[in-house]
Design a protein around this ligand. Structure first.
Ligand code: PMV
Length: 303
């Protein structure tokens, strides 16, 4: 009987609250979503990584980022492998696509070798992959891609998993506008430099939003969480991180019944997220965003 290997999985992630301020030591809430990357490794004559639907192939020996990332996670002296990965996330939109791919590839290689690494070990191996793309990554993407669930993240501190009551339902919409995280982070730094005392007050406000959001998640209170996300969005747009398109998508999501909505990640484009209470509202919110010509999907987070 032929035995087809089960695909290995890496999850996409969203930042629920606290992006940007997390750079200055504020806690952020992140979630691994049920959409990401699947990968399978099989014996082959030559090592290769093929990524669908991008249609790209890499050997680990070229000088493209994906070659260098693959080389960073291939075990030394191992037999050649053909790795087939399928990506179900938009790339470069703040959903942790590269980390999800890294985690899926690391897990596929480990499964092929008969190893069963823990989530923490997978996250650690995938950090070498992420470094190729992000230089000095905070570690949130590879950690969430490996662990899933909802977690509190603070720079330099171990991740704190947050138990959820039921699964968190989100609608994620991609504005299609591309933004550079580096530039958005630099713009916040400039604004902070102009009025440090005011920025410190905003950090305090976000800290309290994040703490209350944690309690709302633990209590399964989608209304409370939504309201706190709306307030977080207000502070993010005050720092000019939102765009007219993101605002329109966020407004449409609220109008269609979301309990709250905000940009997620770097802003200046990329994705927005909305919290919904049930499946029917999720479908309505997704349709409202799609009606604006944007890509949207329903995702669940939590364990
Ligand atoms: O757009 P993303 O998912 O890469 O998120 C960037 C998050 C920031 O807080 C803006 C930057 C950071 O390093 O945490």
């Amino acid at each position: 009987m032929s035995h087809e290997a089960q695909p290995a999985v890496g999850r996409g992630k969203v930042i629920l609250l606290g992006e940007h301020f997390v750079v200055y030591g504020v806690e952020a809430l992140a979630a691994g979503i049920d959409r990401g990357v699947e990968a399978v490794a099989r014996p082959a004559e030559r090592t290769s990584l093929r990524v669908a639907p991008w249609g790209t192939a890499h050997t680990g020996e070229g000088d493209e980022d994906l070659d260098r990332a693959l080389a960073a996670v291939l075990p030394e002296g191992g037999p050649p492998l053909r790795i087939d990965a399928t990506v179900a996330l938009p790339a470069g939109a703040g959903l942790g696509c590269s980390a999800a791919l890294g985690v899926a590839v690391v897990r596929a290689i480990a499964a092929h070798r008969g190893e069963a690494p823990t989530d923490a070990e997978v996250a650690e191996r995938a950090l070498a992959w992420e470094r190729v793309f992000h230089g000095n990554p905070s570690g949130i993407d590879n950690t969430m891609a490996a662990h899933g669930g909802v977690a509190l993240y603070q720079k330099g501190e171990p991740l704190v998993p947050i138990p959820t009551r039921g699964r968190l339902r989100l609608v994620i919409g991609n504005s299609g506008e591309s933004a550079s995280t580096k530039e958005m982070v630099a713009s916040v730094a400039r604004q902070r430099g102009r009025d440090e005392a005011r920025f410190a007050k905003t950090c305090e406000a976000v800290t309290s939003l994040v703490r209350n959001a944690r309690l709302a998640i633990e209590a399964g209170d989608a209304h409370g969480l939504g309201r706190l996300m709306d307030l977080n969005q207000h502070l993010l747009s005050g720092l000019m991180l939102s765009t007219p398109r993101l605002e329109e998508m966020i407004g449409a999501a609220r109008e269609a019944g979301a309990t709250g909505a905000k940009l997620t990640g770097s802003g200046g484009g990329g994705c927005m997220i909305a919290v919904v209470e049930d499946e029917a509202t999720g479908a309505r919110v997704r349709e409202a965003i799609e009606a604006m010509g944007a890509e949207a999907f329903v995702a669940e987070a939590g364990r």
